[in-house]
Design a protein around this ligand. Structure first.
Ligand code: PLP
Length: 455
């Protein structure tokens, strides 16, 4: 709890930190949780309290907070070559090796990789690359970007415009030309009497009608997360990607899979597009790519976009884009190690092994009359609180039910995230079955307490 002394960590955090995505009344009341270190899936605060981080940091610390192999890879690369860029035809050997590795583990048989420092920048980069490519091909009017309501693609001006969340209005976003289609969440958006198959068909029709109305030759690309993450862990309705992919192909619109959360194992496969059986034209990666040990994003282009963007670059004599720290050698060395750890040290296997237990825990808690739905894929899941299960009526916003549940969990050593009316869980891949059980026990106690309070 909050220590009000002027020299407390809580007061010092308040004095000089502009909090992002933080409920300020709550933080004024409770104080920031200031952390010092981690161990396995646990983090420790300045008061010595231990928390199981059921959100893997921000989805990304999948190998835990003290993986010795990742720390050693970072230390070794810092000692060898601590920084370089990837401009003007120069790049580190680690960058070359990581691009080879990413294409090898991607669903593509060939392609090219471009690096950024974040997922937002990777989405921005992909949008710019599409604009650049279409212009070079004589279609400069192909600029509109299609995404979905509740999508999360980042916070920079372009990626925020792609994000389908109401808070972007506070910034006067989206920019013109960023269109949001329906969210494929059947439980919430299915109409009375509409089957899931009919719902999916309706979303396909909406996509095609939008393309025809806007004009296919004005659309640069379609971006989608295989499972929506920050939208509240929303797996697509059955057959969704099988319905939309052929429509996009018919109109020559590239399909970009934003795998910033799903990539590298979260859904139980290397890629979310594998879990859902579709082939994108490019993949956006970040978060798990370094297991959270370094800020990095990557645009992984499949064969066709790789050829077309390369051709556009040759026409223009360069691809005039890049970040000072793109392809940073330490980040690349860490990513090479992280990919090895996730794929070869049994982490994806553990995601698969834990999934039935994780789903059973979610399903059990969803029996509560104030949980409307559980949903998830692999080791990402959500429970959605409702005032009335029958009518799916949410609790009034002013009761802050999900925040209160999450705060109660924090008080008992469990970090989980309120997202809208949902509680989101995405534990690290190194979690043990006993830790999964403990996570659900703590969450259950918090649910019972808060639901009793709000009656
Ligand atoms: C987190 C996230 C991003 C943005 O990544 P940042 O590194 O925070 O900029 C983009 N897309 C998805 C799907 C994400 O979850």
């Amino acid at each position: 709890m909050r220590d009000d002394a002027p020299n407390s960590w809580e007061s010092r955090a308040d004095a000089h930190s502009l909090y992002g995505f933080t409920d300020l009344p709550t933080i004024h009341d409770r104080g920031a949780v200031v952390l010092t270190h981690g161990q396995g899936p646990y983090v420790f605060d300045v008061h010595g309290r231990r928390y199981f981080d059921a959100n893997s940091g921000l989805w990304n610390m999948v190998a835990g907070f003290d993986h010795p192999g990742l720390i050693a890879a970072a230390q070794a690369q810092y000692a060898r070559f601590p920084g370089y860029h990837a401009f003007f035809g120069r790049m580190s050997d680690q960058t070359v090796m990581l691009s080879e590795k990413l294409i090898e583990v991607s669903p593509f048989d060939r392609g090219r990789v471009f690096y950024t420092n974040s997922g937002s920048e990777a989405n921005d980069t992909m949008v710019k690359a599409l604009w650049f490519m279409h212009a070079a091909e004589g279609n400069p009017q192909r600029r509109k970007i299609l995404t979905r309501v509740n999508a999360y693609h980042g916070v920079t001006a372009v990626s925020a415009s792609m994000t389908g969340k109401p808070y972007n209005a506070a910034f006067g976003l989206p920019l013109p030309g960023f269109l949001h289609l329906g969210c494929p969440h059947y439980w919430r958006f299915g109409r009375p009497g509409e089957s899931e198959a009919e719902f999916t068909t309706r979303l396909g029709r909406e996509l095609e009608a939008t393309i025809i109305k806007e004009g296919a030759d004005t659309i640069a690309g379609f971006f989608a997360e295989p499972v929506m993450g920050a939208g509240g862990v929303i797996p697509p309705s059955a057959g969704y990607f099988q319905t939309i992919a052929p429509i996009l192909r018919k109109y020559g619109i590239p399909l970009i899979s934003d795998e910033v959360i799903c990539g590298f194992g979260r859904t139980g496969s290397t890629w979310g597009c594998e879990s859902y059986g579709f082939m994108p034209d490019a993949i956006i990666s970040s978060k798990n790519i370094t297991a959270g040990f370094f800020p990095m994003g990557a645009v992984i282009l499949g064969p066709e976009l790789s050829d077309r963007i390369q051709a556009a670059s040759e026409l223009f004599e360069e691809f005039p884009h890049g970040f000072t720290a793109s392809g940073h050698p330490v980040g690349c060395a860490i990513a090479l190690k992280a990919i090895d750890v996730v794929m070869n040290e049994g982490l994806i296997d553990n995601v698969r092994a834990l999934t039935p237990r994780f789903e059973a825990g979610l399903a059990r808690l969803a029996e509560h009359p104030n949980i409307g739905e559980w949903r998830g894929k692999g080791l990402m899941g959500a429970l959605e609180a409702v005032q009335d299960k029958e009518t799916k009526t949410p609790f009034p916003g002013h009761l802050s039910v999900s925040e209160r549940i999450a705060n109660t969990c924090t008080d008992h050593g469990l970090i989980c995230r309120p997202l809208g009316q949902s509680i989101v869980l995405c534990p690290p891949f190194i979690t043990t079955p006993a830790q999964i059980d403990e996570m659900f026990e703590k969450l259950e106690a918090a649910l019972k307490k808060v639901f009793t309070e709000v009656g």
